[in-house]
Design a binder for this molecule. Structure first.
Ligand code: ATP
Length: 213
């Protein structure tokens, strides 16, 4: 299982300033089991990159190739299958259903392609300190609580690659470390890779490769 970036560049970026990037306009290949840290100052295209890799947007030159298949050639059905089985994401802006409860947000995701039994939802919520929020509508949860829900939601499905777009922006150090530990355990269970994009280096992500965007 390989995810390849071939000379990738957002179409809305100027070419000139990008020569310093270790990601844009490069040929890179990520494999299952790798922990990849991408340090990305604000505005360097972190969210763009994550959305491209998730198959949400394709305003880029170059190619993204998953297991020798170019994402550009995927049908809508192929993209749905790619997201269901192979790649999961924690969005920077969470994207929960505001009128659904925390439990419903998680269970909706779980039912699409169950990797864990339903009991795991409460177990993970307890572990991240939001066990008492399961029956609250997600819109009334704090940003930090919503971020933990978004993290657990990403772990409800199978994946080979877990994409993290500033997943701890609303969390304190202790909560971030707990959530990181859970994601590492879940990645290990699947022998999956983690691609973690953030503004800065953080100590508690044991990356095996480091890139500056
Ligand atoms: N669809 C688009 N069309 C034109 N410009 C865009 C588009 N999407 C993003 N940009 C621009 O590209 C740059 C990078 O945006 P992006 O959201 O990827 O950055 P980021 O590194 O995630 O930033 P932040 O850390 O501040 O969230 C920004 O200047 C943004 O305005």
């Amino acid at each position: 299982m390989q995810l390849q970036l071939q000379q990738l560049l957002p179409v809305y970026f100027d070419e000139a300033p990008r020569h310093t990037s270790e990601v844009w306009r490069r040929d890179l290949s990520f494999s299952k089991g790798e922990y990849v840290k991408i340090v990305a100052p604000s505005g360097s295209g972190k969210t763009s990159l994550m959305h491209f890799l998730y198959g949400l947007r394709n305003e880029y030159s170059g190619n993204i190739v998953y297991n020798n298949q170019n994402l550009r050639n995927y049908s809508a059905e192929d993209i749905a299958g790619y997201r269901k089985d192979h790649v999961s994401i924690v969005f920077q802006n969470m994207r929960l259903f505001p009128e659904q409860t925390v439990f419903e947000n998680l269970e909706l995701k779980r039912q699409l392609n169950p990797f864990h039994p339903v009991e795991k939802i409460a177990e993970m919520a307890q572990r991240l300190g939001i066990g008492n929020k399961l029956s609250s509508k997600s819109r009334i949860c704090s940003y930090g609580e919503q971020q933990r829900v978004a993290i657990i939601r990403a772990l409800m499905q199978p994946f080979d690659f877990l994409l993290l777009d500033e997943p701890f922006s609303h969390l304190d150090e202790v909560n971030s470390q707990n959530a990181m530990q859970l994601m590492l355990e879940e990645a290990k269970l699947r022998n999956a890779a983690i691609i973690f994009a953030d503004l800065e280096r953080i100590d508690y992500f044991p990356y095996t490769r480091l890139f500056h965007l």
